[in-house]
Ligand binder design. Sequence first.
Ligand code: ZN
Length: 369
Amino acid sequence: MAVLKLLRAPLKYVQGKDALLKFYDETKELGNSFLFICSNSGYKNCFDKLKKSFEGTDCKMRFEIFGGTSSNGEIEKMRNIVIEDNIEVVVGVGGGSAIDTAKATAYYEKCPVVVIPTVCATDAPCTGLSVIYNDDGTFNSYLFYPRNPEVVIVDTQVIASAPVKFLVAGMGDALGTYFEARACVRTDAPSLENGGISLSAMALCKLCYETLIKCGYQAKLACENELITPALESIVEATTYLSGVGADNGGLAVAHSVYNGFTALPECEYTMHGFLVAFGTIAQLVLENVSKEEIKEVMDFCYSIGLPVTLKELGITDIKRVRIAAEKACIQGETIHNMAGDVTQDQLYHALLAVDLLGKEYLNNNKNQ
Ligand SMILES: [Zn+2]
């Protein structure tokens, strides 16, 4: 039997300036007692608005600042709070880790989960999975859920006041979405949710890419200056909803394997996810031998918003070490094997160095202009 097409998404997505003032209105049907699992900055930036949205209700709100890593220890702690306090709704407030902790807590305690992303750096808000770490911060596993979050609420004011590097990284992560899904469609590879890729999913991925090209640069400028413009609104939607739902239902290929590969190198420890995914996207285009125009459009985009196009910008000075990353990117089970004709370690190594050459040339040409 052929793989069945599948499309999954959050039940409700709400976005806009001061959206958090409507938090209670948008979630009140889910329950009466809420546990907010917050990152430090998430708490600082959202508490006042959340409190205000509950004015005049008799709902219970409990705020917890979490330890910073979505580890089993942290999840255990939050589960105990849910039980002790009879919590009915779990809310994640922050970046990827706070959100992943909230999703896992809600899943184990069979509660609905609401997500409030305070940065647009990853696909965590809308997807139906979490990345779980050990208590010492090393990778443990992916946890796949039967559902996506009940509600995702993005307050554009909160996003605009966060450092711009998060938005740029989010655009890097979103850059892979269309090309990775396109590669999966060619080989009938399954999506992250292990379903066939629908026309609707593909349309979201394509719109994600088109929005990045159209609005990326303007949105970066706006965010740097804490301005909320239609371009910033579009990019927040592209990086949070289109990229998240697109990747979940469209599948991954080279770009995310390249990310996993580079995490093997200590010199990339502090390089953000989206930076590595963007570089991996160009490597995928090199492997696919796409047109000069397509590569140029992607490199122009990366350069315009400050995404890396050379290994040096990723923190790598000894190019021989790229072999270690290429090896890890090609281990069994990696999404790079969704590519037509597959990709060997050696081919990937050559492609990564080829991107570096193209990038250096690109930077040189732009310096001389
Ligand atoms: Zn990603």
